[in-house]
Ligand binder design. Structure first.
Ligand code: DX5
Ligand code: ZN
Length: 221
C-alpha cells in the first residue's frame, strides 16, 4: 500500500507567527513542512532563507522539505543543511552541473530532489536516478502560491511514476501547486505520493479539517 504524505507549504502561512503555524499544521496531521525559497531571479518573487529554516527547526520534528527556486543553487546548500533541512530540491535549469549539485546535497547529509516545471522535459532524469530521493512535479509555474492546478501535470506525474518503478528505487514523487481536496485523488491516481498544499491549508481556519478531507480522498484511490 502506498504511503501518502501531506506537505503544507508555509508560503501561505502567517509569517508573523511562523513557529505557531508550523506546530499547528503538524498537530493537524502534516507529515512534512514544505519550505519555498524564491530569489527574485530564477522566479519573480522573494521569500525566505536559511535563517528562517533554522528558526522553525526546533518547533517541529517532521522533515523540512526545502524547495529551492534560486539560481545559482550550490552556494545555499551548506547553509540549508546547517539550518536543519532534511530534503533539498532544485530545478535543473538553475544549476550548471546537476549531478554535482545532487551530490553536494547528499554530501551534506540531506535527501536530494529534482523539480520539473510544467514545460521542463524529463530527460534530465536519465543519468541521475541513482542520486535522487525525490522528484517534484510542478503543477503550476513556480513563483507564487494560490495558482490553479495545471491538469497536464497529471501526464507528467504518470511518466515519472513509470520511471521510478522501472528504476526499482525508493524515490518520493511529490506534486506542488494548486493541490486541494478535490484534485488530490487525481494526482495520487497518476502516481504521486507526496502532496504540497499551501493556500488550501494555511488559507483556511481549520487545518485539520482540510488535511482530513485530503486523507479521505486519498483513502479512495
Ligand atoms: C509555488 C510553490 C508552491 C506553492 C504552493 O512556486 O513552489 O509550493 O506555495 O501553493 P498552493 O498550494 O497555494 O498552490
Ligand atoms: Zn514549492
Amino acid at each position: 500500500m502506498t504511503t501518502y504524505r501531506i506537505a503544507p507549504s508555509i508560503l501561505s502561512a502567517d509569517f508573523a507567527r511562523l513557529g505557531e503555524e508550523v506546530r499547528d499544521v503538524v498537530a493537524a496531521g502534516a507529515d512534512i513542512i514544505h519550505f519555498d525559497v524564491m530569489d527574485n531571479h530564477y522566479v519573480p518573487n522573494l521569500t525566505i532563507g536559511p535563517l528562517v529554516c533554522e528558526a522553525i527547526r526546533p518547533h517541529v520534528q517532521v522533515p523540512i522539505d526545502v524547495h529551492l527556486m534560486v539560481k545559482p543553487v550550490d552556494r545555499l546548500i551548506p547553509d540549508f543543511a546547517k539550518a536543519g533541512a532534511n530534503i533539498i530540491s532544485f530545478h535543473p535549469e538553475a544549476s550548471e552541473h546537476v549531478d554535482r549539485t545532487l551530490q553536494l546535497i547528499r554530501d551534506h547529509g540531506c535527501k536530494a530532489g529534482l523539480v520539473f516545471n510544467p514545460t521542463t522535459p524529463l530527460h534530465h532524469l536519465e543519468h541521475v536516478m541513482d542520486k535522487l530521493d525525490l522528484i517534484l512535479v510542478m503543477s503550476v509555474n513556480p513563483g507564487f502560491g494560490g495558482q490553479s492546478f495545471i491538469p497536464e501535470a497529471l501526464k507528467k506525474i504518470a511518466a515519472v511514476r513509470r520511471l521510478i518503478d522501472a528504476s526499482g528505487r525508493e524515490i518520493m514523487l511529490e506534486v506542488d501547486g494548486g493541490i486541494k481536496p478535490d484534485n488530490i485523488a487525481a494526482a495520487a491516481d497518476a502516481g504521486a505520493d507526496t502532496f504540497v498544499a499551501g493556500s488550501a491549508i494555511f488559507g483556511k481556519p481549520d487545518y485539520k479539517a482540510v488535511i482530513d478531507a485530503m486523507r479521505v480522498q486519498l483513502s479512495r484511490v
